[in-house]
Design a protein around this ligand. Structure first.
Ligand SMILES: [Zn+2]
Ligand SMILES: [Zn+2]
Length: 154
């Protein structure tokens, strides 16, 4: 299915969600907007659109921690799989796992204490603390849908 057709159908699922072309795919809770790479009618592009619109349909807005963000990613993929059937699109499970793995790796790296290299605990959206040395470090603000390594399908 080409991208314009798919977007036209996705718009009907919830009219409060808008779609805007951008450099990468992501969901903006603030603007209630799915940003997408225009002209990308690849399979991965279609899966990503279904995923992003799922964040909107599930009303994903805020998260308290990186861990919660990873959970929301998982929920968005589950929902994407559900709605994909309506559009006769088959989302590849390996792709979903790759995306979730890249989130988990990202979260793991953020959680490592710069001094001890041990996993710390997150105390607020931008701060982690080490249980061992009691050091604290800042992390950048997390966002829905990080770029992941694209791998070739088929
Ligand atoms: Zn430490
Ligand atoms: Zn996402």
């Amino acid at each position: 299915m080409n991208q314009d057709k798919l977007i036209a159908k996705l718009k009907k699922l919830d009219e409060s969600i808008t779609f805007e072309p951008a450099k990468s795919y992501y969901w903006s809770p603030k603007n209630q907007t799915v940003y997408y790479q225009e002209g990308d009618s690849t399979e991965v592009g279609q899966w990503t659109l279904l995923h992003e619109v799922s964040h909107g349909l599930l009303q994903h807005t805020t998260y308290e921690s990186d861990y919660e963000l990873v959970l929301l990613e998982l929920q968005a993929w589950d929902h994407a799989k559900k709605i994909s059937k309506k559009f006769k699109i088959k989302i590849d499970e390996d792709h979903v796992q790759d995306c979730l793995d890249s989130y988990r790796d990202w979260q793991y790296k953020r959680s490592l204490c710069p001094d001890c290299d041990l996993g710390g605990v997150q105390i607020d959206q931008k701060t982690y603390s080490c249980l061992f040395c009691r050091g604290k470090w800042q992390v950048s603000e997390a966002r829905f849908c990080r770029p992941y390594r694209k791998r070739t399908v088929n």
